[in-house]
Design a protein around this ligand. Sequence first.
Ligand SMILES: Cc1cc2nc3c(=O)[nH]c(=O)nc-3n(C[C@H](O)[C@H](O)[C@H](O)COP(=O)(O)OP(=O)(O)OC[C@H]3O[C@@H](n4cnc5c(N)ncnc54)[C@H](O)[C@@H]3O)c2cc1C
Length: 421
Amino acid sequence: MEWVNWSGSQRCTPARFVTPRTREELAQAIVEGPAPVRVAGAGHSFSGGVATEGTLISLDLLARVLDADAASGLVRVEAGIRLHQLSQELHARGLAMPNLGDIDAQSLAGALSTGTHGTGTQFPNLAAQVESVELILADGSERIVRERDLLRAARVSLGALGVIAAVTIRCVPAFKLRIVDRPEPLDAVLGSLQERADAHDHFEFWAFPHADAALVRTLDETDAKVARPSRAGAYTSDVLMDNHAFRAVSEVAKRFPSQIPRLNRFMSSVASQRERVDWSYRVFASQRLVRFEEMEYALPRERAVEAVLAAKVALERHPVSFPIELRFSAADDALLSPAHERESTFVAVHVFRSMAYEAAFRDVEAALGELGGRPHWGKRSFLGAAELAPRYPRWDAFQAFRHELDPEGRFANAWVRNVLG
Ligand SMILES: Cc1cc2nc3c(=O)[nH]c(=O)nc-3n(C[C@H](O)[C@H](O)[C@H](O)COP(=O)(O)OP(=O)(O)OC[C@H]3O[C@@H](n4cnc5c(N)ncnc54)[C@H](O)[C@@H]3O)c2cc1C
């Protein structure tokens, strides 16, 4: 059976594909299956974390909420649950994830393992919510990780320590958000970027190469009543404008790359102001129907403006019709978190699925590397362990845990060997 990721750029044919129904079956698959042993979450990574010629495990049947305490916000949940299902289960209990990325299709463990984040200067990545991790190790034994140092390794672990069977996460009371989208001149946004980021719970923007407008999105907690556009209105704005119209323009860009500057200016100019109020999980995530390839870098927060401009200059040397996305994140203490112990800004670049991306991404990677960037583990990067190690002050501590928990490298596929050594 062939496995393919969301963007279509990663694929593999594992010797064994297992969908365990119990922890015992999971442990058996890990011990008995041919190495490397990897887990496929929702396949939404652009990097090679899932691919194996050995054993591929799906946790789709280990996806239940096991326990939820509304008073403390602690929720114990199996690792295969998708974020959209988790959000609905939490909402039914009066709880919510404090922050989410811009989609909720990922599995919980998949999102945690690569350091998936949303935006907001006061909000660290999703893995920072994790209070304990239930790991199944290479010998099939179970280890419940609560002690601080190992937990810092297990929160963002690239699937290199073992298979996460369940986690306990700290959630917050359900809350509503007001979302406002509006176009603004890019110069004005960059001129007061840090203040704007601090002025909102969640702040981000998109800026097209060759255009001078930014599409700014802010989200703020509110007690206001839910105010959604009509179903038809929502379909028109979210699906047709954000996806189908965008796909049509992207197809034109692919056929006529010389027209990309003009098309990008057109896309920036048609954006209009939109606003709605809804429960948080219905606001954070959007549908992404247009497929693309992505690279994303975490940089020190204070380098945000330089980073956007450097990425824009690099992209404008290539036929790229997709916008740059800029977000913020609080620091966290996971050993391999791209926001490890530094407040961060995240700069993401995208290329339409069937267009060449490597040359553009290499240029962006070189520019953002010079500014102290660390690549997102779930997205494209061309770096290996030798370049990555100096960017992580606690790299050796992670490697020591890896050596202790997976001494024979059963979980090390080609990508893990490349990025971790
Ligand atoms: C359209 C789109 C939008 C995105 N938006 C964002 C965003 O807003 N913010 C952001 O930070 N990222 C974003 N991403 C990236 C995405 O969140 C990450 O790549 C995430 O890891 C994908 O989760 P998944 O369940 O698909 O995991 P997969 O891609 O299937 O797996 C990711 C890694 O986790 C490992 N893994 C999965 N489950 C387990 C387990 N149980 N135990 C051990 N290892 C495991 C896999 O082996 C692999 O190495 C986006 C991706 C796409 C395609």
